[in-house]
Design a protein around this ligand. Structure first.
Ligand SMILES: Cc1cc2nc3c(=O)[nH]c(=O)nc-3n(C[C@H](O)[C@H](O)[C@H](O)COP(=O)(O)OP(=O)(O)OC[C@H]3O[C@@H](n4cnc5c(N)ncnc54)[C@H](O)[C@@H]3O)c2cc1C
Length: 450
């Protein structure tokens, strides 16, 4: 059997790994970016390993976050698959211990104090690989595939189109060394990630694939002294908290918490800059950073959440001088004034991204977002005193773009095209390493008839 996997990110790699021990099949793994040895650090979204490669590899071992796979299977089924995917990451990376040294009673107390404030805390097991071990995992996978007689890696090889006969996919068209090549396959797994958004949308349009819209998440990255959050992060590593605002009844959530971490700029397609954060296993700052995101789902007549998020991010880039993101003290935001270089220098919390441009986020984010974010920060302050201190830093904007959600069944099979599987972030099904891996695993298992 001939199998093609499009995209060598978490989903594609996990699928390929599942085929590693199978004989009698030929797997071609296509990646439009560089191989792992020539891939540069600033190639964040693309290249062998995908978007997770230079992340700090926080594996969130929960069904609650990181994707929407519970829409396709029961919680219990997903839990079993998460365990299986985690085993792969654990065994190949060699990071055996979990980061949540949870004391059951202490976590229950935190949940209890949150509930009093209408904050919903989701305790989750976390395996924190750290940026260095995440890269090690990807390198090992690359070596293993390289040594396998039936897995072939094609880097710098962009799949431009599928070959479709009636309602069946029979192959693909790719560019290699500037030449277009066509190959036939029995099964194709599309695992193109967020950087493959526009490719996926082209496929959706061309072959009339069914889809639903996902929300767009827009907000800021918050940076506080570690002492403000340590009582949570010492127990949970990452606190995942949801809040529904009184003002607009919007869902606001914390995301990607980095105790001792660093704020980073994410360079997206067409030089669009957004904010992100990461942390190392062994190098720590004095701060904790995390994203605070407002989820918005558009209905009609406007149905382009990606465009909306991009528009807001471009506005922030423009006001930050073109090629930067904005930093603002919380105290300046609430007093209605911009932050300046001087105010940031004098600030008690020292930014871990010192080159960010001091400015005013209220010129960027609509009132609804500012109101949602400030209300949530004030609410968080009740369980993490110090959160709403004027010295708290906000970086903007952080936007999570999710692809349109392709119509698939519980085995990740396209509802419209036979022999096509759509998995991971690019199919709008997941938004984290572990659930992306799980979706790749499900497709691989189905192909093998498991
Ligand atoms: C900075 C950063 C930090 C993150 N930190 C974490 C974290 O700590 N924990 C966590 O769980 N998640 C994290 N994430 C999210 C996580 O990386 C993604 O959810 C995950 O990588 C999704 O996996 P994927 O395989 O679906 O897509 P990706 O990892 O994006 O891989 C898709 C691959 O497909 C390739 N591709 C696209 N189109 C084509 C084409 N036409 N032909 C050939 N190849 C193509 C791309 O180049 C890419 O390499 C982070 C993301 C970023 C950007």
């Amino acid at each position: 059997m001939r199998i093609a996997i499009i995209g060598a990110g978490s989903a594609g790699i996990t699928a390929a790994y599942h085929f590693l021990k199978e004989t009698g099949i030929q797997v071609d793994l296509y990646e439009k970016g560089n191989d792992i040895h020539s891939r540069q650090r600033n190639e964040v979204m693309s290249g062998f390993g995908g978007a997770g490669t230079y992340s700090d590899g926080k594996l969130t071992l929960t069904t609650e976050y990181g994707g929407w796979l519970t829409d396709y299977m029961s919680e219990r089924e997903l839990e079993v698959l998460i365990e299986e995917a985690d085993d792969i990451w654990k065994n190949v990376s060699g990071v055996l211990e979990l980061d949540s040294k949870s004391n059951y009673e202490a976590v229950k107390d935190l949940e209890y104090s949150c509930s009093r404030q209408n904050l919903k805390l989701y305790p989750a097991k976390i395996r924190h690989l750290g940026t260095e071990n995440c890269l090690l995992f990807i390198r090992k996978m690359y070596e293993m595939f390289g040594q396998s007689p039936h897995i072939k890696i094609h880097c710098n090889s962009e799949v431009v189109d599928l070959i479709v006969d009636g309602d069946r996919v029979t192959g693909l068209r790719t560019t290699e060394n500037g030449e277009t090549v066509e190959r036939e396959y029995d099964k194709i797994i599309a695992a193109v990630g967020r950087s493959g958004n526009s490719w996926m949308q082209g496929i959706v349009r061309k072959y009339s694939l069914g889809y639903d819209l996902n929300p767009v998440d827009i907000g800021v990255r918050v940076e506080v002294p570690r002492s403000v959050t340590d009582h949570f992060t010492n127990q949970l590593y990452e606190f995942k908290i949801k809040y529904y605002t009184n003002g607009f009844e919007d869902e606001v959530r914390t995301f990607c918490v980095n105790p001792g971490g660093f704020v980073a700029i994410e360079r997206n397609k067409d030089n669009l800059l957004t904010v992100n954060g990461h942390s190392y296993k062994n190098r720590k700052s004095d701060n904790t950073n995390f994203a605070l995101l407002v989820s918005t789902k558009f209905t009609e007549p406007f149905d382009e959440p990606l465009k909306y998020g991009e528009y807001i991010a471009r506005l922030a880039n423009m006001l930050a001088g073109g090629d930067n993101i904005i930093i603002q003290r919380y105290g300046d935001l609430t007093r209605g004034r911009r932050s300046t270089k001087k105010r940031i220098e004098k600030n008690f919390v020292h930014p871990t991204l010192p080159d960010a441009m001091p400015g005013d986020l209220s010129f960027v984010l609509p009132y609804r977002y500012i109101s949602d974010l400030t209300e949530t920060i004030e609410r968080l302050n009740t369980v993490m005193p110090g959160m709403s201190d004027p010295n708290t830093l906000l970086y903007g904007v952080e936007v999570k773009f999710y692809s349109v959600r392709l119509k698939v069944d519980g085995k990740m099979r396209s509802a419209n095209l036979e022999n096509l599987y759509c998995v991971g972030d690019g199919a709008g099904l997941t938004r984290g390493i572990i659930q992306a891996s799980v979706s790749g695993l499900i497709a691989a298992k189905d192909i093998l008839g498991e």
